[in-house]
Design a protein around this ligand. Structure first.
Ligand code: AFP
Length: 341
């Protein structure tokens, strides 16, 4: 039997890819692994623990009902980040504004982390896969001072690392530091993430489309036409139309399409005119990962990683997945615009 590579060993080996690395980024990635093991533990027992199952009774700044586990996961990550000393501040889906860590060690931290502690949390109570998404940036403000909003509001191309944890049939951590994408599965017997999916690549094209079809009549008619034309017809050379697969947990939908090939679309709708997903802690990290895996992430018209953020909880339309499928959707939409002036 060949020896398993643990996440910790892998992070340490890869640190040598960056000649001036001081180990701080490595420690942040290790901290994320620890926090996610704690969250995975709660997720696995959620049905048994009354204090973490169900609604918290609050809504977050986006008007969404917070689940108790949303709050528990948010607090777990923040506690670990604050204690680590490498991070000077965070922004998360569950906090109205960013948090600058006001202690002398954290103020020296070079990095900020933006994250969605528990994405797809409306699926918790029904035992469906959920996830954590994270994005790491170098701060803009000087070390030794409090983190600022400017540190959080950086373009996706500035990310130094990004990843997600999927609490699914197994727990997986997938991340990139801009040198490919690697996936690790948590071995519950030894409590370690072990390399299971080295150098992940998304197929150039696929046969899965993922969209909340309940929205089809409240989004741009071009989206409906694209879905009918390319996803729901038997295309030349094919035996059947694409398969529609939509879990409603972005991490789970993204992960499946990353492995099998496919396109995920959350367009602008009449109810969510700017789209539903958040740029900074949902779309940017997944865009970084998918590009590193050979795929694409756009708004339908523009590369996600090039967007200049305007608000912390900014939403955007999101098209992500296999390169050829995203290109096809974009070409279709652009043609529609050209035809209709
Ligand atoms: P929740 O965390 O509130 O369940 O939101 C999940 C999410 O941000 C993303 O994970 C899903 O892909 C998307 O929203 C589902 O949205 P719809 O329910 O509108 O399809």
């Amino acid at each position: 039997m060949s020896k398993l590579t643990t996440l910790h060993e892998f992070i340490m080996d890869r640190q040598n890819d960056f000649p001036y690395a001081t180990g701080e980024l490595s420690r942040i990635l290790s901290d994320i692994a620890i926090a996610s093991k704690m969250v995975a533990n709660d997720v696995r027992r959620a049905g048994l623990l009354e204090h973490i199952l169900g609604a918290q009774g609050n809504t977050n700044i986006q008007g969404e009902e917070q689940q108790k586990l949303d709050v528990v996961a948010d607090e777990t990550f923040i506690k670990i980040f604050r204690a680590g000393g490498e991070i000077c501040g965070i922004a998360s889906e569950e906090n109205d504004t960013f948090v600058a860590f006001n202690n002398e060690i954290s103020k020296q931290g070079k990095y900020v982390v933006l994250f969605d502690p528990l994405d797809g949390s409306s699926n918790i109570d029904v035992n469906v896969s959920i996830g954590t998404i994270f994005s790491i940036y170098r701060r803009k403000s000087p070390q030794g001072t409090l983190a600022t909003k400017e540190d959080m509001m950086q373009k996706g191309i500035e990310q130094v690392a990004a990843g997600y944890v999927l609490y699914g049939s197994s727990t997986m951590l997938v991340y990139t530091t801009g040198k490919g994408v690697n996936g690790f599965t948590l071995d519950p017997h030894i409590g370690e993430f072990c390399l299971s999916h080295p150098n992940m690549k998304i197929p150039e094209t696929g046969r899965i489309y993922s969209i909340n079809e309940g929205n089809i009549n409240v989004c741009d008619p071009g989206i409906k036409q694209y879905v009918e034309t390319y996803c729901q017809r038997v295309l030349e050379g094919a035996k059947r139309p694409y398969s529609g697969r939509y879990i409603g947990s972005l991490v789970a939908d993204f992960h499946r399409n990353l492995i099998k090939g496919g396109i995920y679309i959350y367009p602008a709708t009449q109810i969510a005119p700017n789209g539903h997903l958040r740029l900074l802690y949902e779309c940017n990290p997944l865009a970084f990962i998918v590009e590193q895996a050979g795929g694409l992430a756009t708004t339908g018209y523009q590369r996600v990683l090039d967007i200049e953020p305007k608000e912390l909880h900014q939403r955007i339309p999101f098209f992500v997945g296999s390169k050829k499928m995203v290109e096809q959707a974009m070409n279709f939409l652009n043609q529609e615009v050209a035809n209709n002036g």
